[in-house]
Design a protein around this ligand. Structure first.
Ligand code: AMP
Ligand code: MG
Length: 488
């Protein structure tokens, strides 16, 4: 969708800084199709000028001309504290193609770069590329990634690394931080324009004679509640759930030090800069709720256009209180499906929670356990269930499997059909940190084949892929904890 707010309080014209001697590191043909990029037989764009466009070196290719690239202003709360103005410090919105925004992340300094260099490193660009595409294939709303372009240009982080640009696509990159920005400036005209733009383009059902903005708030909350439930269901930890990294469309955006759980540890922290564990796995739902409270406070002036201050606060508060229920409803629905339960029974949630507690206590591999659960049959005998061996408290898990098999008796689907459905929700392949790390290290030696292999594998996470059998294994014990730096 075209970013239709104009004015230098909202955005700044920004030209990408050319990336010297660019080359392809990764490319997603399925994303290219979304923006009508014609592909050659090698799966790359037919028109070689696309390389220069995606490297930020030129603004036209074929008939396409990006006339007014911009970077946008937003603010936000980082790690729970108000951080003031942030903005697109290194992401440049080239423009729209087919109603999708095309952004170059790492394309050089912008008006909002503050102390940063406007660049992204190869490591983080590959991680964003692979994870965006993996999340999409898992059925989780996300920005998409079109390409990673590399260069030998040096970039200083904790060590010297090389620069890269990840190009990404979304219907819109509007964030909670955009609302917070205009609210902090008490610019109600802008706030209203922003809300109207979202309603017109993405939330038309919110539009009403009265309460459009309250409806919008409710729907943004619902989308993000569902999103977190989906993250939890695949063991995804975002890592930096600051309000400037929360999409107003309920998409996963701004991949940084994210991580998928290997062994299940409910309080796992994937971002090594997150000392207090604010963004630990089990806190994500609560934190998303907190971010919605930031949105509520930013939208207050809009609600006050129709109600008194007191009524507005009351309405926003009661809408905000619906978040945990919306989240729980989605979480329960997904985890029931992960267990292969089509019907709903009273004890189901306790059954799920007991399982998660046992998995946590024994640090059982999250992905593999759920994937393997579909092998349990209605007439399985405890002794035949191999998964028991992964648990230390055998008595407890035997009790659980006994109850699970009992519960399966009231399911109408036979074992085979249930297995099929379960394998469509419990992935076999996720972007494990050690796999990404291996692909990155090869790429840093100019071998991009592993990035391509992972990309291919992750595009079919629910299918058995014999060639990738080893990739579904948990990491070797000595490298289980790959610490991921926030600097990217
Ligand atoms: P993040 O948490 O990575 O989404 O980034 C937080 C803020 O820092 C955003 O405003 C980014 O645009 C900005 N930022 C991060 N890295 C850089 C960089 N290398 N140069 C300029 N701005 C950056
Ligand atoms: Mg960000």
């Amino acid at each position: 969708m075209p970013f239709t707010l104009n004015g230098n309080d909202v955005c700044q014209p920004t030209h990408p800084t050319p990336l010297p001697h660019p080359y392809w590191v990764a490319f997603s043909p399925s994303v290219a199709k979304l923006i009508d990029v014609e592909l050659g037989v090698n799966g790359l764009p037919k028109d070689p000028e696309w390389l220069d466009v995606l490297a930020g070196n030129q603004l036209n290719v074929g008939e396409l001309l990006f006339t007014s690239p911009i970077s946008t202003a937003y603010s936000g709360h980082q790690f729970g504290s108000w951080a003031g103005q942030l903005g697109d410090g290194r992401a440049i919105l080239l423009g729209d193609v087919n109603n999708l925004e095309l952004q170059l992340k790492g394309a050089g300094r912008t008006h909002y770069s503050r102390m940063g260099d406007g660049r992204a490193v190869l490591r983080s660009s590959i991680r964003e590329f692979l994870c965006s595409e993996a999340m999409h294939a898992l059925g989780i709303p996300t920005s998409r990634a079109l390409s990673v372009i590399g260069s030998k240009q040096a970039v200083r982080r904790e060590t010297i690394e090389t620069a890269a640009i990840c190009s990404r696509i979304a219907p819109s990159f509007i964030r909670i931080g955009h609302f917070e920005h205009f609210a902090s400036l008490q610019n109600i005209t802008r706030l209203k324009e922003l809300a109207d733009l979202l309603i017109t383009n993405f939330y038309p059902q919110s539009s009403a004679e009265k309460d459009s903005y309250l409806n919008l708030f409710k729907e943004i909350g619902e989308r993000n509640a569902k999103l977190v439930a989906q993250w939890q269901s695949v063991g995804f930890c975002h890592g930096v759930l600051n309000s400037d990294n929360i999409s107003a469309l309920g998409l996963t955006i701004d991949y940084g030090p994210f991580g998928f759980l290997d062994s299940f540890e409910i309080d796992h922290i994937c971002n090594h800069s997150d000392h207090g564990g604010r963004y630990a796995y089990h806190r994500q739902p609560q934190i998303m709720h907190w971010n919605m409270a930031c949105l509520a406070s930013a939208m207050l002036p809009l609600i006050q256009l129709e109600y008194s201050s007191e009524e507005s606060q009351m309405l926003l508060r009661s809408t905000l209180e619906e978040f945990p229920t919306a989240y729980a409803k989605e979480w329960q629905k997904i985890f029931r499906s992960k267990l292969g339960l089509q019907s709903e029974e009273d004890g189901d949630i306790a059954l799920i929670e007991r399982l998660l507690q046992a998995m946590h206590d024994s640090r059982v591999d999250f992905t593999n356990f759920f994937r393997s659960l579909s092998s349990v049959k209605k007439d399985s005998q405890l002794i035949e269930i191999e998964q028991r061996n992964q648990f230390i408290d055998r008595k407890n898990i035997d009790q659980w499997f006994g109850d699970y098999i009992n519960r399966l008796q009231s399911e109408y689907l036979n074992d085979e059909s249930r297995k099929e459905l379960m394998n469509q929700i419990n992935p076999k392949y996720i972007l494990r940190n050690h796999l990404a790390q291996d692909a990155i290290e090869k790429a840093q030696r100019d071998d991009f084949s592993e990035v391509e292999r992972l990309h291919r594998m992750l595009s079919r996470p629910f299918d058995e892929q014999a060639a990738f059998d080893d990739y579904s294994k948990p990491p070797p014990v000595d490298i289980e904890r790959v610490a991921v730096s926030c600097s990217s």
